[in-house]
Ligand binder design. Sequence first.
Ligand code: GAL
Length: 371
Amino acid sequence: MKAKKILLGLAAGAVALTLAACSGGRGGGDEAAEGENKGALVGIAMPTQQSERWIADGENVKKSLEKLGYKTDLQYANDDIPTQVSQIENMISKGAKALVIASIDGTTLTDVLETAKAQDIPVIAYDRLINGSPNVDYYTTFDNYQVGVQQATSLLTGMGVLTEDGKDNPDAKKEYNVELFAGSPDDNNAKFFWDGAIDTLQPYMDKGVIKVPSKQTEFEQAAILRWLPETAQKRMENLLQLDGDTKLDGVLSPYDGLSIGIISALTSGGYEKNALPTITGQDAEVGSVKSIIAGEQYSSIYKDTRALGDQAVKMVDAVLNGKEPEVNNTKDYDNGEKVVPSYLLDSVIVTKDNYQKILVDSGYYSEDDLK
Ligand code: GAL
């Protein structure tokens, strides 16, 4: 019996080697041995528990993998790069057969991914692209450029530059004062959000309809390292100083956490809670949806993390079973070493008008969650 198993194993190995040689791809060895990875350990590396979304992401991926019979090792790195590196090293030494990684800094995992590669462990980049390493097999995320377009579009609608149906508003004012924020410069997504938003706002900036009183219109000036709310709050406080008496009509914020910091700065800087500028966001986190319902934050971008989790799990299950995961983008996500085959999901603008339909009716949140 035992001998038979070994023989079968050898045969599977030979097939695997042949397939790997043919495809020239990585991970081919293990993947081809169908069934061999049943019940395998999968490492899930998440950046932080400071934000609800990553907690939900981690839990979703873990649950769905376990439903398929995999074992999981879910770790959060407290936004600390060395912690994330050592967590991934541990996953590899515990025998993980695949890794799902939402990186903190997309450029700091090159060495640990070398180790993964040496052991033929496939790597799925989760939501954030891992840069500078050839050892990233697949990537799943949302259409990040489009997220930026949606943020800017909702800013324009909220301020009244555009009407609800996206047309130029005949009753618009001549000028709108807007300050701009960007995400963490070490997160590949941040530049995509920014580019989508700025491409959308630029025509209005060129016409002088949108003015940036601080003149801080470069990504580097607007970026908030590690997406920290308190850093955004400080920057907003500084901007209010710079802007003097100019009343703001809008603030482009790329993430709910930053919006919370921005709102704190604005309210302590003299804005009434019911007369805040139009403020955008992202992730539709509970606290921020409540703020939208209360009429403080104007919009957020809903990214169904359940769907993202499912996509990552499908990718893991495919590679561990010798199959090609489904992708729908093979051009936009160049990590400096290769274009990583990606699966992009769609996002939705959420405001007070549609949160019920988008967030509650879909079961993402219950009524009670938002009370
Ligand atoms: C980005 C992610 C956003 C937001 C942000 C801060 O990478 O795409 O949805 O969560 O990180 O956590």
